[in-house]
Write a protein that binds this ligand. Structure first.
Ligand code: ADP
Ligand code: MG
Length: 696
């Protein structure tokens, strides 16, 4: 039995290690930089680098890397060894403060949405002191932000850090109003829940569609899918369990608090949740989690699928983003609290989030938009593309009572000075009954359920942090000059709830009635990525981001292009893979089986005494469908050519959505029907059943 507390964080250059290994002055200076964002002097950086290197070398590391998160959505690393020649044919291990603090990867091949063409080819990586360095696979990894020569962000970390600063600044203003002048930091915190599929590697390798695109582009429905719900929370198979154990241990070594693991609804689907931390660290850790899931699965002869919708007709995978904000001296600001004073503050933060979600519902939708997630949002297992909020009946009643001036349920009629009824001690679990809501209040945090499983959680949290910061700014601007704070506060809570309660929906988000009702309420329903992304570059949203210095206008434009391009490229690769498979594998399989059937038919006929109706029927049916398959393939290939002629990225993406995607769906339909007719020995791809039940 391993000693877990000892194992935990053993590969992390964390606070304990720093205190042990850094000279006192350097440690103090570093801590100051961490907590107050002050400039880090070079001599301090040198001392830290040296201590880091010694520690890493003792742990067997030979290289270091600036670990960063470019716009690809995954992480990037370029390894440099510590070795430095000393002239007599020998080397020593060296690592300087300069190398620690800044790197200059020639990163011109990362997507920049035109940013680097206009500025400079070079990219810079800059040490993110707030996220600890760690050792992964013999390399000291230094979490860094990645930007261009002129300081434009080229990654997912920089704007996230900026958004955390924005919410920190505005939330502190609100706390001051409530007399909390001692708080110096408000942190946005997140606990992500990560869903994934595990398949047997050998079966996976027989599916080029999975290899190239992460999802199955063909596949008839299996005889048994998830109908019985017998996989959910079921006993974990030994092979999966061995994988999960190793994953937990490797994550713990890296200081990632992997906590809960279980089987999910679909066969072969699982989930892992880690304990929440600041949005920055949670994002880093979630990236590490996804990376390790893939590499450890491989070691166990498994393949880990992080795609949002690997199988049609089977639940897709999401990533629930549990978000809250907390102050360094009083904890979670979304905790309703026990006293009237805390309740009033809670209600103000609550309506701030309600307003933020209502006003920036389009941006939240943008933050979860991708070709992969388009298959999931709106399907029967995931929230719809309409953003709404669930706050539970209890809180809704409290806010409604406030709005109308009625006493809350006529019980506990304690009226506070500010006119806010004291919240009765409300049981936490009454707030988490609605699993269909895209944005649910779950007792002391909000659970945003729209992000896809392969996403970096950076995007959704950038939007959340910034939108909430903006509303808090408005609230602080309004309340700071007030001479009757208690009265004005009550009015503000009431006014905000009245203006934004349309976003609250405690019913079933999967129902058809909700779509109609949401439309009546004027909520946006941006069904696909192409419908959603233009909201990113709307005036209102550019103003939001630029006002809080989270994105410059150029950065937004460039990101919009990267996202649109990503959509087009993903579908293009999928379409080409389909065409390849149809031409190279599926048509030959159909031909081979037809050949067998017709030979048999010929033989039987020549004997003149057999019933040939079966062969005749099958042959005709397969021949007809095969011809149709070829026709659909030609249509797909034609629209792919036409897609190239679209004049700009938006036209290209719209064309892809309207023409390429439907052509793919039609081609698949025919191929899937053929799969049910052609003899298994000829069919070139493992079936859904073989994939979903491949791990035993
Ligand atoms: P459930 O499984 O019912 O959704 P859990 O209590 O297991 O709920 O929490 C799920 C995730 O929410 C975990 O990652 C957990 O760490 C995180 N979480 C819990 N409290 C908070 C909080 N105050 N802020 C942010 N995340 C939180
Ligand atoms: Mg949850």
């Amino acid at each position: 039995m391993k000693n877990i507390p000892e194992l935990f964080g053993s590969m992390v250059f964390n606070d304990t290690v720093m205190r042990e290994r850094l000279p006192k002055d350097a440690y103090k200076a570093l801590k100051k930089t961490m907590s107050q964002g002050t400039h880090l002097e070079l001599d301090v950086a040198n001392a830290v680098a040296n201590a880091m290197k010694d520690w890493a070398v003792e742990k067997g590391a030979t290289h270091f890397t600036h670990w960063f998160q470019p716009m690809t959505g995954t992480t990037a690393e370029k390894h440099d060894s510590f070795i430095s020649p000393v002239g007599d044919g020998r080397v020593i291990m060296e690592f300087s403060g300069k190398e620690l603090v800044r790197g200059e990867p020639d990163a011109s091949s990362f997507p920049s949405g035109g940013l680097r063409a206009t500025f400079e080819a070079r990219g810079y990586t800059v040490w993110d002191i707030t996220s600890y360095a760690f050792i992964k696979d013999g390399t000291l990894c230094i979490p860094t932000a990645f930007c261009s020569y002129s300081g434009e962000a080229l990654d997912k970390k920089t704007p996230l850090l900026r958004s955390m600063e924005a919410v920190d600044k505005q939330a502190l203003r609100i706390l001051k109003l409530f007399g909390n002048t001692a708080a110096t930091r408000v942190m946005a915190e997140v606990g992500p829940e990560q869903e994934y599929f595990l398949l047997d590697k050998a079966a996976y390798l027989k599916r080029p569609d999975l290899i190239y695109t992460g999802r199955t582009l063909f596949g008839a429905r299996p005889p048994k899918g998830q109908e019985l719900d017998d996989h959910y929370f079921g006993a974990i198979k030994p092979r999966v369990s061995a994988f999960m154990k190793e994953l937990d241990e490797e994550l713990w070594k890296l200081g990632v608090c992997a906590k809960t693991k279980h089987n999910e609804v679909a066969p072969a689907q699982h989930e892992l949740a880690s304990i929440f931390s600041t949005t920055n660290i949670a994002t880093d850790h979630n990236q590490l989690m996804m990376e390790l899931m893939k590499s450890i699965a491989d070691k166990h002869g498994l393949a880990c699928l992080l795609h949002e919708k690997p199988f049609a007709g089977v639940n897709g995978s999401g990533k629930h983003n549990n978000w809250s904000i907390s102050a360094n001296n009083c904890g979670n600001l979304l905790e309703p609290g026990e006293t009237p004073h805390e309740n009033a503050q809670f209600l103000l933060f609550l309506v701030a989030v309600i307003k933020a979600v209502d006003e920036y519902q389009d941006l939240l939708r943008v933050s979860v938009a991708s070709a992969g997630n388009d298959h999931r949002l709106g399907a029967n297992e995931a929230p719809p593309a309409i953003v709404s909020m669930f706050i539970g009946d209890e809180l809704t009643e409290v806010l409604e009572a406030l709005e109308t001036g009625a006493d809350y349920r006529n019980r506990e009629k304690l009226q506070m000075e500010i006119g806010v009824s004291v919240l009765p001690h409300f049981p936490r679990d009454t707030t988490d009954r609605n699993r269909t809501s895209p944005f649910a209040f779950t007792g002391n945090k909000f659970e945003f359920r729209m992000p896809g499983s392969s996403f970096s959680i950076s995007g959704p949290n950038i939007v959340l942090n910034t939108a909430v910061a903006e509303v808090l700014r408005q609230f602080a601007d309004e309340l700071e000059p007030s001479e009757d704070l208690t009265g004005d506060l009550a009015k503000l809570v009431k006014k905000t709830f009245s203006a934004h309660k349309r976003i609250i929906f405690n019913g079933n988000n999967y129902s058809a009635e909700w779509v109609t009702e949401a439309e009546r309420r004027g909520l946006s329903n941006l069904k696909t990525t192409v419908d959603a992304l233009p909201a990113f570059i709307s005036r209102k949203n550019i103003e939001l981001f630029t006002k809080h210095n989270v994105f410059s206008e150029t950065e937004i434009q460039s990101r919009y292009e990267i996202l649109m391009e990503g959509y087009c490229k993903t579908l293009h690769i999928e379409a080409l893979t389909m065409a390849d498979l149809v031409r190279g594998c599926i048509i030959p399989a159909c031909v081979a089986y037809q050949n067998e059937l017709s030979e048999l038919l010929g033989r039987k006929k020549s004997c003149g005494e057999y019933d040939v109706s079966l062969e005749d029927h099958l042959l005709k049916h397969i021949a007809k469908l095969s011809a149709c398959l070829l026709k659909k393939l030609t249509v797909l290939e034609d629209v792919l050519l036409e897609a190239r002629d679209q004049e700009d990225i938006f036209a290209h993406a719209s064309f892809t959505r309207d023409k390429v995607f439907p052509a793919m769906s039609e081609l698949r339909l025919i191929a899937d029907e053929l799969e049910t007719l052609v003899a298994k020995k000829y069919w070139p791809l493992p079936s859904y059943a073989e994939l979903l039940y491949s791990v035993n």
